[in-house]
Design a protein around this ligand. Structure first.
Ligand SMILES: O=C(O)C1=C[C@@H](OP(=O)(O)O)[C@@H](O)[C@H](O)C1
Ligand SMILES: C=C(OP(=O)(O)O)C(=O)O
Length: 430
């Protein structure tokens, strides 16, 4: 695909859409399905590149997985039944696969080696390697385990008590997965909530996990039972429509069946503070909170975003930066240094690319400062191979009256394979 040109200008959005399945939940459903005894069936699975990597990894570990248009069926037999992979496992661009699989494979009975693409091999692995080594894991890797490629000689693990030094759901989840196969009870101290899909899904598969204040307690030697998982729409993909809806001149539309887990919906708190117009309709669900969202256009004002809110909107910061270019006044984003170690350095790439379209935006060490409101021009921009940047630039193209050309757009296959198909459903775009 390479380059795309966006010449359309979206003024009106009406009707209703659904967005693709949640990426974080899709990864976890396959992981738990493989670790559980019996059959797991997953519907509305995200068939983006990262989640397909996770499926491929388990197939290479000898887990029977069948994929049809409607569902994925996994015949799980538990970790003890995985087989030693015959080749180096390739995690592509997926940080979630890399971190969570490290936690799972640390407790296996065999040797495994893995690596990723150029971006993933630059991202920090030390955060997971350090606590796993404290649990007794035998892990080696580049620069003493700071980066991929890594190799693991699986072995029996011991429980730990560990305070998360970085607010990362991937780190927390890697330790939870390792704890399931360790002796004793592991306690993880999380000072501020990060997405809790692993905890929710562990219960869905019949496991035990308890949160008391800041402590998450996981018993070792647990066995899990296969189940049915319906993956809700990804709030992080819906975020692109939420922002498009807020910024287009005349929008009033509904996004149906999306995940509304409060550990993910920080964007809605920001939108409220910016005077955005939306209505949330939660539905009763047993595990993940889901529902619909009605979005309407509204004039916006700037705000300050930082502190505990950051983990609840970490993947939405690129699109929030675009939103802020269209709000009156100053928006400050701080405490978001984690953005520097995502698929790209998202502080640098957001600022560089939005400046090319005329935005008044400056980088700080841990975030950015945006002055609005600026009419965006057309221009030639680049996703830097980062799907969230590519998606944000696509929305910039749709609200700009001039043509926007995006290079390396194909990376959006990771989380939103048919974005323009969905835009067409609720607008006049042909
Ligand atoms: O656990 C997960 O599924 C994710 C956690 C977040 O990363 P960190 O744990 O590095 O914050 C997020 O940015 C990523 O897109 C998915
Ligand atoms: C950071 C992301 O994902 P991952 O860490 O799984 O690569 C993301 O999807 O924005």
């Amino acid at each position: 695909m390479g380059k795309i040109e966006i010449a359309d200008y979206i003024e009106k959005l009406t009707g209703s859409i659904t967005v693709p399945g949640d990426k974080s939940i899709s990864h976890r459903a396959v992981m738990f399905g493989a670790l559980a005894e019996g059959v797991t069936e997953i519907t509305n699975f995200l068939t983006g590149d990262d989640c397909l990597r996770t499926v491929d990894i388990f197939q290479k570990l000898g887990v029977p997985i069948r994929m049809t248009e409607e569902k994925i069926s996994i015949e799980g037999k538990g970790l003890s039944d995985f087989v030693e992979p015959k080749e180096v496992l390739y995690f592509g661009n997926s940080g979630t696969t890399a971190r969570l699989m490290t936690g799972i494979l640390a407790g296996s009975s065999f040797c495994s080696m893995f690596t990723g693409d150029e971006s993933l091999n630059r991202r920090p692995m030390e955060r997971v390697v350090t606590p796993l080594k404290k649990m007794g894991a035998d892990i080696h890797g580049r620069e003493d385990g700071k980066y991929l490629p890594l190799s693991i000689r699986g072995r029996r693990l011991q429980s730990i008590r560990y305070e998360l030094p970085v607010l990362s759901a991937q780190l927390k989840s890697a330790i939870i997965f390792a704890a399931l196969h360790a002796n004793g009870e592991t306690v993880i101290i999380e000072n501020s909530p990060t997405r809790d899909h692993t905890e929710i899904m562990l219960k869905q598969f019949g496991g035990q996990i308890e949160r008391v204040g800041k402590e998450i307690k996981v018993k070792g030697n647990q066995s899990l039972v296969g189940t049915r998982v319906h993956v809700p729409g990804d709030f992080s993909s819906a975020a692109f429509f939420i922002v498009l809806g807020a910024l287009a001149k005349k929008s009033d539309f509904i996004i149906e069946n999306i995940g509304l887990n409060p550990t993910r919906t920080g964007l809605l708190d920001v939108l409220k503070r910016m005077h955005g117009k939306f209505e949330m309709m939660k539905e009763d669900g047993n595990f993940e909170p889901t529902g619909s969202l009605r979005i309407q256009s509204a004039p916006l004002v700037g705000t300050t975003i930082g502190g505990d809110m950051i983990p609840r909107l970490i993947d939405e910061i690129p699109i929030i930066a675009l939103l802020a270019t269209q709000a009156e006044g100053t928006t400050v984003i701080k405490d978001a240094e984690e953005l520097r170690v995502k698929e790209s350095d998202r502080i640098a790439t957001v600022v560089t690319e939005l400046k090319k379209l005329g935005a008044n935006i400056e980088a700080t060490e841990d975030g950015m400062i945006i002055e609005g409101k600026t009419k965006l021009s057309g221009g030639y921009v680049n996703s830097h191979g980062d799907h969230r940047i590519g998606m944000m630039l696509a929305i910039a193209g749709l609200i700009s009256e001039e043509k926007v050309i995006i290079d390396q757009y194909e990376c959006t296959q990771i989380s939103y394979p048919d974005f323009f198909g969905d835009v067409k459903k609720i607008s006049k775009m042909k």
